[in-house]
Design a protein around this ligand. Structure first.
Ligand code: NAD
Length: 288
């Protein structure tokens, strides 16, 4: 397929390269010259504007920083420049309301669109092992699925437009809560005189077991190799977790959902990200 790809940063660069590897013709655009040069090196054709990249594209994929930029790119540059009928896939993490609005407007102009945010970080983007959670009509999902398959290991239809974003922020709010809880438990165990490895051996086969403990242990040298073993570098940046928690709290307020622990997690990550926005989110254990 001929695919326009807009937003070739940490995540989008690897995703676009995987579309090239799958045999697609990728027409790339980013505001950053360095990102464009890297995309060129990965086999993408590069363009000076999003509008040019969209010329003749059967699909448009985007991986952008926030909802305001997504709205500006799709409503300002994609509509009227990508051929009518093209399938549009926004993989950025943005607020549910903007995702729904942009899908509605583009569909009014004769396109089909899905929101398809991802679980998995830069390594998964490079390795083609992302999980996509997808909101959109059945028909739009059917068209988007093979394109997403080329960049991921799982593609799940979450329902109506915006539901991909809803799934993403609910999941990440839960992740933040259980990471904080896991860190508190390890820190407290140690203060009570319990060796972290011993606590891991017990809790990882008891009712406190959870993904943050057994797949992403925040204690160096315990459990599988994780960012904790690398000075909390790499992995999922605390600043990005804070972004997702803010989106979650805004969405909860709009929907009238009670999220006392989610809101507390946001406050804890807000304080942590002041000095550690770039380090892995499990590094929060160092504050305990
Ligand atoms: P990034 O900042 O590395 O990349 C964003 C890119 O978009 C940059 O290259 C920037 O130049 C480009 N850009 C900004 N405005 C643009 C415009 N108007 N037109 C074209 N290009 C534009 O960010 P990232 O880490 O790749 O994250 C992208 C999205 O993926 C975000 O929504 C983020 O929340 C989400 N996400 C990131 C991760 C992660 O681990 N990095 C994981 C899951 C989801």
């Amino acid at each position: 397929m001929r695919i326009a790809f807009i937003g070739l940063g940490n995540m989008g660069g690897g995703m676009a390269a995987n579309l090239v590897k799958a045999g697609h013709e990728v027409r790339a655009f980013d505001l950053s010259e360095a990102a464009l040069a890297a995309a060129h090196g990965a086999g993408c054709a590069t363009f000076a504007t999003a509008r040019e990249a969209c010329q003749g594209a059967e699909a448009v994929v985007s991986m952008l920083p926030n909802g305001a930029i997504v709205r500006q790119v799709y409503i300002g540059d994609v509509i009227g420049h990508a051929p009518e009928g093209a399938i549009l896939l926004d993989c950025s993490t943005i607020d549910v309301a903007t995702a729904r609005e942009v899908i509605e407007v583009t569909e009014q102009h004769g396109y089909q669109m899905v929101d398809a945010p991802v679980s998995g970080g830069i390594a998964a983007a490079n390795g083609g092992t992302l999980t996509f959670m997808v909101g959109g009509s059945d028909e739009a999902f059917t068209r988007a699925e093979p394109i997403l398959q080329a960049m991921g290991k799982a593609v799940i239809h979450a329902g109506q437009p915006g539901n991909g974003q809803a799934a993403k922020i609910c999941n990440n709010m839960l992740l933040a809560i259980h990471m904080i809880g896991t860190c508190e438990a390890f820190a407290m165990a140690q203060k009570l005189g319990l060796d972290p490895q011993t606590f891991y051996d017990i809790s990882s086969v008891s009712s406190g077991q959870n993904w943050s403990m057994t797949s992403y242990c925040p204690v160096p040298g315990v459990g599988p190799v994780t960012p904790a073993d690398n000075g909390y570098q790499g992995g999922f940046a605390a600043g990005l977790m804070l972004k997702d928690l803010k989106l979650a709290i805004d969405a909860a307020n709009t929907a009238g959902a009670k999220v006392a622990l989610g809101d507390h997690a946001r406050a804890i990550y807000e304080a942590y990200a002041e000095d550690h926005a770039g380090s892995d989110f499990s590094g929060i254990i160092r504050t305990m």
